[in-house]
Design a protein around this ligand. Structure first.
Ligand code: NAP
Length: 429
């Protein structure tokens, strides 16, 4: 007897149409059964799409599609944490219909609530495509590494930001210039906020933290910084200090709890994550007993993301069913590291200042750092050229975040400092 899944797909954009294209030639796939698309939903029925949808029932309302009798499995590919995506997923789960989604915002913000509904009736809710597109990281963290303690999960989880940083460095063009180009080429959204502010990567690391460290799925506990504050000069000075700046998402178990953060970080040029350029994603997993792993691949795009959705559909075909978040929601009680504890953690920092090109300015800068017990490991002053200020980069020795922040406050009070100084954490490997 052939095993068949009848699916309804809500969302016919990049991912939805990529999925349909693959399913329209599913004889080429290695599935243990048949997947039949019964119904579809999107906002605009008459919009031109790269695949034909004529043979599927059309639903104006994604909730109606989720509830339709012909829909056995609901595939949510619309996006957005609230509104129709949440309503339709809840509607499907309440009817005990398995759900597959690529929606990281929805899972990061409502993952626990949805998991509780799903687990109560042992209904699968799968979201491999929500993190790092085609890289199979969700299942790896939730299942494959469940037998070992994870020390850290660290990676480049937003291809748009990585593309912008790489392109600025390689072309020597400004952030605004490169962003405008990326929007023209379709690498960045018309409204890039979610990507460049670090929010998108924060959604993904919130999900991985909960799966990998059993902390509550609580997006509000992720400390978030974006690439929108990084200038070409920051990248160039980092380069002269043999580092690259990357937007790094990280979850790490410490003795004070789990640190969960997204921020631009200086990495030595030789470190594996510094080698990841362009729109690629990469995730490193450091474990207690099983060594370290790096997975690299396309973190977005129609086909890689559709491939992850298909992987989840394949799991449903095989009949596997695990707790949505790997364990009971009530058992996700490993504590987060709080802000005060994070401020005491030791690290090196880059302090970037535009300093008035006049005698004594540099000396007063280092004096201000010393007042906060921040000592200098390396200092680089670029030429002022025709401008009245010279860019200066200071690499500190290890100090606490609190000390580095206090030092920056002192530095900003100097008359010779033209714009607020920038503080960027430096990783040593
Ligand atoms: N694109 C990627 O590479 C990628 C990677 C990983 C995860 N994801 C996730 O996958 C999901 C889909 O992304 P995408 O890039 O495919 O988005 P997209 O191209 O913007 O497509 C969104 C689709 O949802 C439909 N839609 C939006 N609001 C709707 C509503 N209120 N009712 C019914 N349909 C609605 C749109 O309808 P119309 O076409 O009629 O406007 C469109 O077909 C998102 O959660 C995203 O975060 C995307």
């Amino acid at each position: 007897m052939t095993n068949t899944l009848k699916i309804g797909i809500a969302g016919l954009g990049n991912v939805g149409t990529g999925l349909i294209a693959r399913l329209q030639e599913q004889e080429k796939l290695r599935l243990s059964g048949q997947i039949e698309i019964t119904g579809v939903s999107a906002r605009n029925r008459s919009r031109a799409r790269p695949v034909s949808i004529d043979e599927y029932s059309w639903y104006d309302d994604p909730v109606a599609l989720a509830e339709a009798e012909e829909t056995e499995v609901f595939v949510e590919l619309m996006g957005g944490s609230d509104g129709p995506a949440k309503l339709a997923v809840e509607a499907a789960l309440k009817l005990s219909k398995p759900v597959v989604t690529a929606n990281k915002a929805l899972i990061a913000e409502y993952g626990e609530t949805l998991a509780q509904i799903a687990d109560k009736s042992q209904t699968p809710l799968l979201f491999e495509a929500a993190v790092a597109g085609g890289i199979p990281i969700v299942r790896a963290v939730r299942e494959s590494f469940s037998g070992t303690q994870i020390r850290s999960i660290k990676g480049i989880l937003n291809g748009t930001c990585n593309y912008l940083l790489t392109e600025m460095m390689e072309s020597g063009r400004s952030y605004d210039d490169v962003l405008a180009d990326a929007q023209r080429l379709g690498y960045a959204e018309a409204d890039p906020f979610l990507d460049v502010s670090g929010t998108d990567a924060a959604h993904k690391i919130a999900i991985l933290s909960s799966l990998g460290f059993a902390v509550p799925m609580d997006f509000s506990r992720v400390k978030i910084g974006g690439v929108d504050t990084i200038s070409l000069k920051d990248l160039e000075l980092a380069g002269k200090l043999d580092h690259k700046i990357k937007l790094i998402a990280e979850a790490r178990q410490t003795q004070d709890g789990v640190i969960c953060r997204v921020e631009p970080v200086l990495l030595p040029k030789t470190s594996p994550l510094a080698q990841i350029d362009g729109p690629l994603n990469a995730v490193q997993i450091e474990t207690e007993h099983a060594g370290n792993y790096t997975l690299t691949g396309p973190g977005a795009g129609s086909h890689p993301t559709a491939s992850a959705v298909l992987g989840d559909l394949s799991v449903l075909l095989s009949g596997q069913n695990k707790a949505v978040l790997g364990m009971k929601v009530g058992d996700l009680n490993n504590p987060f590291c709080d802000q005060a504890q994070m401020s005491t953690a030791q690290s090196k920092y880059l302090i970037r200042v535009d300093l008035l090109d006049k005698a004594g300015a540099l000396a007063s800068l280092t004096e201000e750092l010393a007042k906060s017990d921040v000592s200098v490991e390396a200092l680089l002053q670029d030429s002022a050229g025709t401008s009245e200020s010279a860019p200066v980069a200071i690499m500190t020795h290890n100090c606490s975040l609190a000390a580095a922040e206090e030092a920056v406050k002192h530095v900003n009070s100097l008359e010779a400092v033209l714009h607020p100084a920038r503080l960027i954490r430096i990783e040593t490997n």
